[in-house]
Design a protein around this ligand. Structure first.
Ligand SMILES: [Zn+2]
Length: 226
């Protein structure tokens, strides 16, 4: 069983599901994307994504018309395996078609771009042996990466923020994707400890420091699961 948090972009709420590994991901159509496929190599008991990412998947899978192998999708930031501000930690990125031929991957990249449902389709020269697509939320706080989040924000980037703060021992923020007073206090404590402006806002400098500290550090005793 996995706890799956889904940010509903339309109602601006976090939704919580309990699903078996062989169940489909919430909002995915048919059995095209199972929980275990979305989890990939993540050992986490909790996963997250948003409705628009699942809609982008549905559109892509439907247009492709046949199975698409999903090699990697979700990871928690302390598990690492991707870049510092990777969209995989936010649950909005899929790495696809590792088992396909280079020609098929090119076809899939072209299709994904043409559909216009993804925000980013990585070019083949960067990742020739898989197809990275993501539906990131923007605008980014740094030239690339995560958007600014602050008190009142509700989304999967708040989950990444809370997860990173918890893993580093800045506890009290929970893990619910809702940026409230506890998250703000934990973030200010982190900012003070790093000599950053203690404004309680995750902008470029704070995201950079936080993701560099938390990425790939492993499951610490202060990691929180809802
Ligand atoms: Zn990727």
């Amino acid at each position: 069983m996995a706890t799956i948090l889904v940010y509903n972009n339309y109602s601006n709420n976090m939704e919580i599901y309990q699903q078996a590994e062989s169940d489909p991901m919430p909002y995915s159509t048919g059995r095209t994307l199972l929980v275990r496929e979305f989890r990939g190599s993540s050992d986490s008991s909790v996963l997250w994504t948003d409705v628009r990412t699942m809609e982008a998947w549905n559109a892509t899978r439907n247009a492709w018309g046949r199975n698409i192998y999903v090699g990697f999708a979700f990871k928690r930031i302390w598990e690492g395996g991707h870049g510092y501000q990777s969209q995989h930690y936010a649950g909005v990125a899929l790495d696809l078609a590792q088992t396909a031929t280079p020609e098929e991957r090119n076809e899939l990249r072209n299709l994904a771009s043409r559909l216009g449902v993804w925000v980013y389709v990585e070019p083949a020269y960067l990742t020739p042996t898989w197809v990275h697509v993501d539906r990131r939320l923007g605008p980014p706080a740094c030239p690339a990466g995560y958007p600014l989040v602050r008190r009142g924000s509700v989304n999967q980037y708040v989950l990444v923020l809370q997860d990173a703060l918890n893993a580093l021992g800045y506890t009290g923020s929970g893990l619910d994707g809702i940026f409230g007073g506890g998250t703000q206090r934990a973030l200010i404590n982190f900012q003070r400890s790093r000599g950053l402006s203690p404004d309680g806002i995750a902008g470029c400098a704070t995201w950079t420091a936080l993701t560099r500290a938390a990425r790939g550090i492993g499951r610490t005793p202060t990691v929180v699961n809802p």
